[in-house]
Design a protein around this ligand. Structure first.
Ligand SMILES: *Cc1c(COP(=O)(O)O)cnc(C)c1O
Length: 360
């Protein structure tokens, strides 16, 4: 590390991604592991998306459509909003980054829950924005306390709904109460990366709040249910004025041509989405039962991953690796006795249950 970066960068702890399969093979000689560490779609990408990407390859000498016209048009239709309400990003992560760069300065404060999506904290710190972290209650965002944490300096509130790494969600009642209690000029980011997995009927209708004129950003992604995490596409929905601000800051050509083609095609692949949901629902129930049978506690989930209680997160992570199972240890999230377990396909779930059975 050089001494040249300012203190808020020198003290920044970089994001720890899930351990890549290739690394496990290099280090421990383990091949074909169950990779349950990064909340990825275990089914794979939509065949229609793969086909569309192949077709788009011949145009790679050209810059992509900088405005992402066709993808935004399709998303606008899907969500019954105007194209002007939509911004595309190289993953929802890039939109989080663009929002922070556009609206926040080191004089502002932001509020987030903890433990919650660590990217919020990382990007806020990288921009030297003071971040207030409000503890979860029963593994769930405590929106009342988050609303009460608002001060004159608060400019933005970040909510991951459902939350990563706990898998819990908040309902419409809590969301509306919080939105009603905070000043109108406090912006709210509703990161709904796992939206499509949610089953509760009272999930907040956040896009409606956008259309009612609230200062809300709704974030969605193609990385989870659509199985395109490697392609890097996400989108944000907000009122037109806010999207206009973001577009001043957004990097030109931030979503490449293959990503635009793949995302557009999988929006039409309802069969694939249905199948992925089926696999997730079956896997979730299977793991619930398997965990209970082993006497392991878990937090019921609204996502494609499960928070599982173990004795020592890091130790369990390390011991699972040679058995060919990659999970996410959560010691860095101040959850030292929990691992985050992605819901896999059948052989992966079995491999995990077999492995953890040996270890407890
Ligand atoms: C996975 C995830 C995202 C999606 O990120 P991409 O950049 O779109 O891959 C966003 N928010 C949360 C809370 C997530 O867990």
């Amino acid at each position: 590390m050089s001494e040249l970066a300012p203190p808020h960068i020198q003290t920044l702890l970089p994001y720890e991604p899930g351990k890549p399969e290739e690394e496990l093979e290099r280090e421990l000689g383990v091949t074909n592991p169950a990779k349950l560490a990064s909340n990825e779609n275990p089914v794979g990408p939509s065949p229609k998306a793969m086909e569309a990407i192949k077709d788009a390859l011949v145009k790679m000498n050209r810059y992509p459509d900088g405005g992402g016209y066709y993808l935004r048009e399709a998303l606008a239709r899907k969500h019954d909003v105007d194209m002007k309400n939509i911004i595309l990003g190289s993953g929802a992560n890039e939109i989080i980054e663009t929002i922070i760069r556009t609206f926040l300065t080191p004089q502002d404060e932001a509020i987030m829950a903890w433990p919650a999506f660590s990217i919020f904290m990382l990007v806020l710190q990288a921009h030297n924005v003071k971040t207030i972290r409000v503890p979860l209650k029963d593994f769930t965002h405590d929106l009342k306390s988050m609303g009460e944490a608002v001060t004159d300096s608060t400019k933005m509130i970040f909510i991951a709904n459902p939350n990563n790494p706990t898998g819990t969600s908040v309902g419409e009642k809590e969301a509306l109460e919080m939105l009603g209690a905070i000043p109108e000029n406090v912006m709210v980011v509703m990161d709904e990366a796992y939206y499509e997995f949610v089953t509760r009927p009272d999930f907040p209708r956040s896009i409606d709040y956008v259309m009612e004129g609230k200062n809300i950003f709704v974030l969605r992604t193609f990385s989870k249910i659509y199985g395109l995490a490697g392609l890097r596409v996400g989108y944000g929905i907000a009122k037109e004025e806010l999207i206009t601000d973001l577009n001043r800051v957004r990097a030109p050509f931030n979503v490449n041509c293959l990503a635009q083609a793949g995302a557009l095609a999988c929006l039409e692949d309802d069969d694939h989405v249905r199948r992925c949901l089926e696999v997730n629902n079956e896997g979730r129930e299977y793991l619930y039962k398997g965990l209970s049978d082993l006497g392991l506690e878990y937090v019921p989930t609204d996502t494609n991953f499960i928070l599982v209680k173990v004795e020592n997160s890091r130790e369990m992570f390390n011991k699972l690796l040679p058995l060919g199972v990659i999970v996410r240890p959560l010691d860095g999230y101040e959850l030292p006795d929990y691992i985050r377990l992605g819901i896999g396909v059948q052989w992966e779930n079995d491999k995990f249950l077999e492995a953890i059975k040996q270890l407890i």
